[in-house]
Every structure is written in C-alpha cells, then in structure tokens.
Design a protein around this ligand. Structure first.
Ligand SMILES: C[S@@+](CC[C@H](N)C(=O)[O-])C[C@H]1O[C@@H](n2cnc3c(N)ncnc32)[C@H](O)[C@@H]1O
Length: 228
C-alpha cells in the first residue's frame, strides 16, 4: 500500500496534543521499555540503565518518566518540537517531583545540530519516524548524537498492507477513543514505513549495524549498538 505522509510533522495543536497525552499507550510504552532493557541487558541481569539518554520526539514524556523511575542512575534529555506537547509533558513531570530533576525537556525541531555535542550513551525514540517529512533526519540525528558504543532503540508503527488492514487496527486499538485520536492513529498507520523502507533508510544513513524487527502486530523496532 502506498504511503500517505502525515498532514503535519509536529503535534502542536492543543486539542490533538491533549487527546494524545490522555490516551492509554501503556502497552506500547511497556513494550518499548522492555525492548530497551533487553537490548542493554538491563532487564535480564537486573542491571540499571546508566548515563545520558536522548529521547527524540518525546511527546508527553511518558516513556522518559517510566525510564527514570525504573533506573535511578539514568538522566534523560527529552526533545520535542511541539510547544503544546511539551506543556503537557511539563504538567506530567510536575506530578512526579522526585523524578522530574532527571528529565530535561528541550523544545527543538529536528534536525538540531546542537544536540550532537552531548555524545549520548543511549538514544531512544518512539513513534517519531513516521511523522518526519524526511526520515533521514532521524537517522542523521542518531548518528551524530550517539557516542561510540551507544545503544539505539527506535520503535514505530509498521505500515499495513491495505486500507482494510488499517481499519482493522484502528478498530482493535482505538475502539471508543476520541475522534481526534482515531483520526491520528489512522493517519499514522498510513504514514508509517515498511521494514524494507526502513532498511533502505539505514543503508543510506550508514547505520547498517541497526537491525529492523517486527515486534507486534503494528510495531517495528530498529535497534543495535553504534560502533566503537
Ligand atoms: C506520536 S508522538 C510520540 C510521542 C512519544 N514518543 C510517545 O511515545 O508517546 C510524536 C512526537 O514527535 C514530535 N515531532 C514530530 N516531528 C518532529 C521534529 N521534526 N522534531 C521534533 N519533534 C517532532 C511531535 O510533536 C510529537 O510530539
């Protein structure tokens, strides 16, 4: 099925951002955190993730919050280009004063060359790739911001084969959700990439060491370690 890009890259409409922040993405967020812990062996060996993590397209900061609560030695720079979304992230962090100091919210519209100076230990991104007009922006950011040996995890939707398959997923996962959320989920499924398209993107960005895997009926994970 032909890809249809998102109408807008950023989620900066207040009603849209609010509906997203109020939705229950706990299943996908849990999957993301488990994949990251598995990748870094933190889960299996009860090790703690450490160092500085960059979350690209952090939205309402649910994943950064989950991560710092589970890993006391982790700090997160959480980047999003939409002020409306970051306002909601700020409100969520304010409700968790013990965790808030380890998450820095940054309003940046990628590409953002200034981020590269930090040399992050981990780079994470959930559900940003399909929003980007140029997907290469994400991979260039990953390549420039990761320190040698950094762990990378990007998760996103996988484009279904047909409009019927899109509708099935919308019914399965957004039944009863507010219309704005159903519309956004539908748009996102049409805008997402297939595994082959993502592999081509990685090839072009020189990130062949990252592997693409289908990790649920609607999600792809792109994961691996940067070379030393
Ligand atoms: C679907 S949300 C995902 C939010 C979060 N990662 C999560 O898993 O809940 C995608 C986010 O990426 C942000 N975004 C889209 N394009 C961006 C860009 N070029 N630079 C920075 N943020 C961007 C949007 O504003 C939105 O908040």
């Amino acid at each position: 099925m032909q890809r249809i890009p998102e109408p807008e890259e950023l989620m900066d409409d207040a009603a849209q951002a609010q509906a997203y922040a109020e939705a229950d993405f706990s299943e996908a967020n849990q999957l993301f955190v488990e994949l990251l812990e598995r990748l870094t062996k933190a889960g299996a060996q009860a090790l703690s993730l450490q160092g500085r993590l960059l979350d690209l397209g952090c939205g309402p900061a649910d994943i950064p919050l989950m991560l710092v609560r589970r890993h006391p030695q982790l700090t997160v720079d959480a980047v999003d280009g939409a002020p409306a979304m970051l306002d909601l992230a700020r409100q969520k962090l304010a409700a968790h004063p013990d965790d808030e100091p380890r998450i820095r919210l940054m309003c940046e519209h990628l590409p953002c060359p200034g981020l590269a100076a930090h040399g992050y230990d981990l780079i994470a991104s959930n559900s940003l790739l399909h929003h980007l007009a140029d997907p290469g922006v994400l991979w260039q950011t990953v390549a420039s911001c990761a320190r040698p040996g950094a762990e990378i995890l990007v998760m996103d939707l996988a484009r279904p084969d047909s409009a019927t398959a899109v509708d099935t997923l919308v019914e399965r996962y957004a039944d009863g959700a507010p219309p704005v959320l159903r519309r956004d989920f539908r748009n996102s499924l049409f805008a997402s990439y297939t595994p082959t398209e993502v592999e081509d993107q990685l090839q072009r960005a020189g990130l062949n060491q990252l592997a693409v895997t289908q990790v649920s009926d609607r999600h792809l994970a792109i994961a691996g370690k940067m070379p030393f």
